[in-house]
Ligand binder design. Structure first.
Ligand code: TYD
Ligand code: MG
Length: 456
């Protein structure tokens, strides 16, 4: 069957495809202007084989499939290895997404150092920067660069053709939005280019057993440009998150064919690159004020890893009009709900107060287990009375003011004990089983009981 050329018209914002030209039904650009669909011509792929699929040969019995040992290469960065599931798997394609400037190139350059030391050579395709720019970054990071090859090239075809000469053990492509295939008509960074480039790299990774990292820039609405078209294709999707004005960064796996998606890695952006934060709780609590009203520590669980965070609330009388609620690092609607519960079930008249809630150090906590801490921080600020400094608070709060169970209570409490906390206020339902935890644990069934216990 001979391949035939086809045309599709695609929205460059959301990836919507149509067989006819026109405007995107979903996307508007400022001032209500519609987004025009852009024509993409492509050769219809030969039937039968999806790009990226591994040639299966013929069916074999599951019990006969051999696992090759030594398939994982450690990147030398403990936090990254953990998120990957214990190093990067040979022949896998890993997408590292994040907003511009969050440190993706820095992280991969640091990973390339250890990879290059253990299994040279490592090829770093810098399609966004010149080799000199990467060299400057490497100097800043103190990377000598043995076994590390830089290639400032945007034409992916040339890169692929060069691989036979270079024979790299690992490949880094920075970024997928700037490389392109000249035989496709659409522009670099367009959905068609991004998808086809990634598909070729996938086939190549599987064919050569080459560990491949792709950098992907995330657009403002949170999707990797070439909107999420890559997520289903690659083996592993990692997101690198962090506030621009805070030093700490969290690496999170949202998909991992070779490991769990529960693990996170925590880094701090320092003068000389990204530094692993082995004890994130200590990092977040390092500047905690002692005996300040409105400050409560919660033991949140990031995947399987407990992390202690300081929740702060500031409650002050609204000077005019409707009281404001401002929330940073937590869910706005959830906070509004909790304030309503506090007012109605604990008779704390905060309806006419401005309330500001913040997770100190730029942290984030979205799980309901932090509900009780938000309630207590707000109450503490309103009453101008501090909570005991050595207490952690846990519990989901329901609309009737009941305190509900949280998952993983024991690991959370053990982590708190390790950091020197002496007591905990937890949901009644779980308190009885916590006898082995080296903390004085108090169970509460309602918000009022918790207030009674900590702010009598
Ligand atoms: P970079 O890795 O270039 O981000 P990305 O590839 O995700 O766009 O890093 C961006 C920021 O990190 C930049 O603003 C400077 C800062 N930075 C440091 O603070 N220290 C360092 O050692 C390096 C290399 C970068
Ligand atoms: Mg970069």
């Amino acid at each position: 069957m001979s391949p035939r050329a086809t045309s599709v018209y695609r929205c460059q914002e959301c990836g919507f495809a149509s067989p006819k030209p026109g405007t995107c039904p979903d996307c508007l650009r400022g001032a209500g202007a519609y987004v025009q669909l852009v024509e993409e011509r492509s050769e219809a792929p030969a039937r039968g084989r999806r790009p990226g699929a591994v040639s299966p040969g013929r069916p074999q019995s599951l019990k006969d499939v051999v696992l090759e040992a030594g398939d994982r290469l450690p990147t030398g960065i403990g936090e990254l290895d953990r998120v990957l599931g214990g190093g990067v798997v040979r022949g896998s394609l890993v997408l590292l997404g994040g907003e511009p400037g969050c440190g993706k190139s820095t992280l991969l350059l640091q990973a390339a150092r250890a990879l290059a030391k253990a299994r040279p050579p490592v090829l770093y395709v810098c399609a966004e920067e010149s080799a000199a720019q990467v060299k400057m970054r490497a100097d800043r990071l103190g990377i000598a660069g043995d076994g590390l090859l830089l290639w400032a090239e945007t034409d992916l075809g040339s890169v692929q053709a060069g691989l036979d000469d270079v024979k790299p053990q690992a490949l880094i492509v920075d970024s997928i939005q700037t490389v392109f295939l000249p035989d496709l008509e659409s522009a670099p960074g367009s959905v068609a280019q991004v998808r086809e480039c990634a598909a070729r790299l996938m086939t190549q990774a599987k064919g050569r057993g080459l560990a491949t990292f792709l950098v992907g820039h995330v657009t403002k609405d949170g999707a990797i440009a070439g909107p999420r078209v890559l997520e289903h294709l690659v083996d592993t999707v990692l997101y690198f998150e962090g506030e621009q004005h805070h030093a700490y960064r969290v690496l999170r796996a949202v998909k991992n064919r070779f490991g769990s998606t529960n693990e996170i890695g925590v880094f701090e952006m320092a003068e000389r690159g990204l530094v692993e934060v082995a004890n994130p709780s200590g990092f977040f609590l390092s500047e905690r004020p002692i005996d300040a009203p409105g400050s409560v520590v919660v033991a949140s669980l990031e995947g399987t890893r407990p992390m202690l965070l300081e929740l702060q609330a500031l409650v002050s009388r609204a000077s005019f009009g409707t009281p404001r609620r401002t929330v940073l690092g937590a869910d706005y609607n959830r906070v509004c709900l909790l304030l309503a519960v506090l007012e109605k079930r604990a008779q704390l008249p905060i309806g006419n107060q401005d309330v500001f809630v913040n997770v100190a150090g730029g942290g984030r906590v979205v799980e309901p287990a932090a509900d009780l801490a938000i309630v207590l921080a707000s109450a503490s600020s309103y009453m101008e009375r501090p909570l005991p400094a050595d207490v952690v608070v846990l519990g989901e709060v329901g609309l009737t003011g009941e305190v509900r169970a949280v998952a993983g209570l024991e690991v959370r409490l053990r982590a708190a004990a390790q950091l020197g906390f002496r007591s905990a206020v937890v949901p009644q339902s779980g308190a009885a089983e916590m006898r082995s935890v080296p903390l004085s644990v108090r169970g509460v069934a309602t918000v009022s009981e918790a207030l009674e216990a900590l702010l009598p």
